[in-house]
Design a binder for this molecule. Structure first.
Ligand code: M6R
Length: 606
C-alpha cells in the first residue's frame, strides 16, 4: 500500500505535496511525511497518523524548496510511528517507497558492515543506504540500476538527491507508479488519481523501468539502464469533485448512492428498447469460452462468489472462483478456453494484479471488472467492463460491491444468451426485473431506524455470525466482513447448512446471529437452520423479503424485510441492511468509519 508523490517545479512544492497526500490517504494513513531540497540540504518532516497531523506540523508550514517527495504509509516493517514514517534519508539521498523489500535483513547487515547507520525498523531504509553507497563510485543512472538489481521484492520509489537538486528519480517493480506532465513542472505519483488535480497527461512506468524527472522533461530507462521512449496518455476526464455533502461519512453517502450505481450500470450496459445487453467489442466468440474463473480479494472476492452462483444458474459454463493471493501461488492449469475475470474496485490490488500477470504470461483470455478505469488491472487486461460507480472513498467497499455484482450478473446473462443457455423470454423477464432494481434499492434504504437500535446488541456481544444459503451465502460473508472491518466485532459468515458441522458449538445465550432467509429456493432449509441456532440461545436477526406469507417460526429476536424481486436480484437488497448494520455499529462505537484501524483502501502489497 502506501502512497507516493513527487513534484519538481519552479515554485514551492510543500503545499501541493500535502494536497496530493490527502488524495493518497486511501493507500495508508498510519503516518505521513515529506522531504524537499532547499539551500543545498534535504529537509525531512514526518508525523505519526493522518496527513492532517503532518499539515499542522510547524516545520511543514515553513518548508521551502521547489523539489520534493511525499508519502503516506501503511506499515509493513516496523511500528506506525514518526521514526518509521517515510521519507527515509541519508545526508545525500531521500527515499519514499511503496512495497516490500524481501531481502532487507541481508542488505542491512551488508550495509552496517560498510559503516552505514540505520535509524528506523523499516525495510525501506536499506534502499537509501544502498543508493548512497553506490553513488560513491557510480553516476545516478548506474547507481539506481545497481541498487534496483540488489532489491528483491516489490517497490515503487521516489528519490531525491542533495547533490542533484534538479531531479527526482522514480522506479517501479510490482507496485504501480505514474509520471505526470505540467507547465514548468513534472510529477511522480502512485497513480493518476493523485496527479489528476495537477495534470491529465500521464505516463505509466512498466515493471523494471525507472525515470529521471526534471522540471522541463522526463527521461525513461529500461531495467538495463537503456533510454526508452514512452507514450504520454491523456486521461479522459478532468478531476472528479467528490465530497461528503451533508453526510457524516463517505460510507454513509456511498451506501445511499447505490440506486445510482445500479442505474449507471443499467444505462451503460442495457439496451432497453431492444431488450439486449450492450457489451461491445467483446474480443472472443462465445464458443471460444467453455469455463470462467473469477478472481479477487476481500469484498471483490465475495462478488466473485456471488457471480459463481449466477453463472452456474444461468449459463452452462464451468465456473471457478479464487482468492487472488491463493491463486498466484498455486499450480494452476491455465486453459485457453477459460475466461479469467479479475474483479477489483481500485484495479491496483497487488495480489489481483499478480494473478492477472500470471494469466497474461500464460496467454489466456483476461477480462477486468473494475471501477478505476485508468488502473493497472484495467490497463493490462485484454477486455474491461467498468463498474461506473464513481469514486469510492470509504475503506469499506459498499457501492463498488453492488456495482461489481451487477456487471457480473449482466455478463452472465449476456454469455447465457450468446451460448443459447437461456430462452429469450426468460432473458427479457430478467432484464425487466433488473430495470426495477434501483427503485427497490431506494425503498430498502429506508430501513434506518430499526437497524440503529439493533446495532446496540451487536456492539455489546463478544461475537456474531452471519448465515445464508445459496444466493444469500456470499452476502452473509460480505455482511460479516463489513461488521468486523468497521466495528472490530468478531463476525463470521457461514453457510447456514454447515453450522452443525462445528460452528454450532459457538452459539450461546444471547449471541446475535444474522440469518439471511429470503423467499427463494432455499428458504425452508434456511429457516430450519435458523431454528437450530434459536434453540441454542441465539438472538436471531432474520433478514428476509416482503411477502404475503408470514414467517413461521417462534422466538425470532428481530426481523427486517427488504423489498421483493426475483430470486437472482434479492442479494442486492439483502446487502443493504448489512451495510447499515456495520455502519451504525461503528458509528455508535465512535470509530473512524471511513478509515478503520490497520486498513487501507487500496492494498498494493501482497
Ligand atoms: O480494490 P479492490 O476491490 O481490489 O480491493 C479488494 C479488497 O481489498 C477490498 O474489497 C476490501 O476487502 C474492502 N475493504 C472490504 O470492504
Amino acid at each position: 500500500m502506501c502512497g507516493i508523490i513527487g513534484i519538481n517545479s519552479n515554485k514551492p512544492v510543500s503545499a501541493t505535496i500535502i494536497n496530493s497526500l490527502k488524495k493518497l490517504e486511501y493507500r495508508g494513513y498510519d503516518s505521513a511525511g515529506m522531504a524537499t531540497i532547499n539551500n543545498g540540504l534535504i529537509n525531512e518532516v514526518k508525523s505519526e497518523g493522518r496527513v492532517e497531523n503532518l499539515e499542522k506540523n510547524s516545520l511543514v508550514q515553513n518548508m521551502e524548496g521547489t523539489i520534493g517527495i511525499g508519502h503516506v504509509r501503511w506499515a509493513t516493517h516496523g511500528l506506525p510511528n514518526s521514526i518509521n514514517a517515510h521519507p527515509h534519508s541519508s545526508q545525500n539521498v531521500s527515499v519514499v517507497h511503496n512495497g516490500i523489500i524481501e531481502n532487507s535483513t541481508i542488505l542491512k547487515k551488508f550495509l552496517i558492515g560498510k559503516g552505514h547507520k540505520f535509524k528506523s525498523q523499516t525495510d525501506t531504509e536499506v534502499i537509501v543506504h544502498l543508493i548512497t553507497e553506490n553513488l560513491k563510485t557510480d553516476n545516478i543512472v548506474d547507481s539506481i540500476k545497481k541498487t534496483l538489481k540488489s532489491l528483491h521484492g516489490s517497490f515503487a520509489l521516489g528519490i531525491i538527491f542533495k547533490d542533484q537538486p534538479d531531479l527526482i528519480v522514480g522506479a517501479r517493480r510490482g507496485s504501480p507508479l505514474a509520471v505526470g506532465y505540467g507547465p514548468n513542472e513534472n510529477y511522480l505519483g502512485s497513480d493518476s488519481y493523485a496527479l489528476k488535480s495537477m495534470t491529465n497527461k500521464i505516463t505509466y512506468l512498466n515493471d523494471g523501468e525507472f525515470c529521471i524527472i526534471k522540471r522541463d522533461h522526463v527521461e525513461f530507462f529500461s531495467e538495463e539502464g537503456t533510454k526508452i521512449n514512452k507514450k504520454v496518455l491523456k486521461l479522459s476526464s478532468t478531476e472528479e469533485k467528490y465530497d461528503k455533502g451533508d453526510y457524516k461519512h463517505f460510507m454513509a453517502k456511498e451506501i445511499e448512492e447505490q440506486p445510482n450505481t445500479i442505474k449507471n450500470g443499467i444505462n451503460e450496459y442495457l439496451d432497453m428498447s431492444n431488450k439486449d445487453i450492450n457489451i461491445y467489442n467483446f474480443p472472443w466468440k462465445s464458443n471460444e469460452i467453455t469455463s470462467i474463473t473469477l478472481i479477487g480479494c476481500g469484498t471483490a472476492y465475495h462478488s466473485c462468489l456471488m457471480a459463481k452462483y449466477w453463472f452456474e444458474e444461468i449459463t452452462s459454463l464451468d465456473v471457478n472462483i479464487d482468492i487472488a493471493s491463493e491463486f498466484r501461488y498455486r499450480k494452476n492449469r491455465f486453459k485457453k478456453d477459460t475466461l479469467y475475470v479479475f474483479v477489483s474496485q481500485s484495479g491496483e490490488t497487488a495480489d489481483t494484479y499478480a494473478a492477472l500477470d500470471l494469466c497474461k504470461q500464460s496467454g489466456v483470455k483476461t477480462c477486468a471488472v473494475v471501477n478505476v478505469v485508468e488502473s493497472s488491472i484495467a490497463r493490462d487486461s485484454e477486455f474491461v467492463l467498468p463498474i461506473h460507480c464513481g469514486t469510492e472513498i470509504g475503506v469499506a467497499s459498499t457501492k463498488a460491491f453492488l456495482g461489481q455484482i451487477l456487471i457480473l450478473y449482466i455478463l452472465a446473462l449476456k454469455l447465457a444468451l450468446w451460448r443459447k443457455d437461456i430462452e429469450k423470454n426468460n432473458f427479457n423477464k430478467k432484464i425487466d426485473d433488473l430495470k426495477k432494481l434501483p427503485k427497490l434499492i431506494e425503498q430498502t434504504l429506508l430501513i434506518d431506524n430499526k437497524i440503529q437500535t439493533i446495532s446496540n446488541t451487536f456492539n455489546e456481544a463478544k461475537g456474531s455470525m452471519f448465515l445464508g444459503r445459496g444466493f444469500s451465502y456470499p452476502i452473509a460473508l460480505e455482511g460479516a466482513l463489513k461488521l468486523k472491518e468497521l466495528s472490530y466485532i468478531h463476525a463470521e459468515g457461514y453457510p447456514a447448512g454447515e453450522m452443525k458441522h462445528g460452528p454450532l458449538a459457538l452459539i450461546e445465550e444471547g449471541m446475535p446471529v444474522v440469518v439471511l432467509a429470503p423467499r427463494d429456493n432455499y428458504y425452508k432449509k434456511t429457516i430450519s437452520n435458523m431454528q437450530e441456532v434459536i434453540a441454542r440461545g441465539a438472538k436471531v436477526l432474520l433478514i428476509t423479503n416482503k411477502s404475503k406469507d408470514e414467517v413461521i417460526s417462534e422466538n425470532i429476536w428481530e426481523t427486517i424485510e427488504v423489498e421483493s424481486t426475483n430470486e437472482d436480484l434479492l442479494p442486492f437488497l439483502l446487502t443493504i441492511p448489512l451495510q447499515k448494520l456495520a455502519y451504525y455499529s461503528a458509528l455508535k462505537k465512535g470509530y473512524d468509519i471511513d478509515k478503520p484501524r490497520n486498513l487501507a483502501k487500496s492494498v498494493t502489497v501482497e
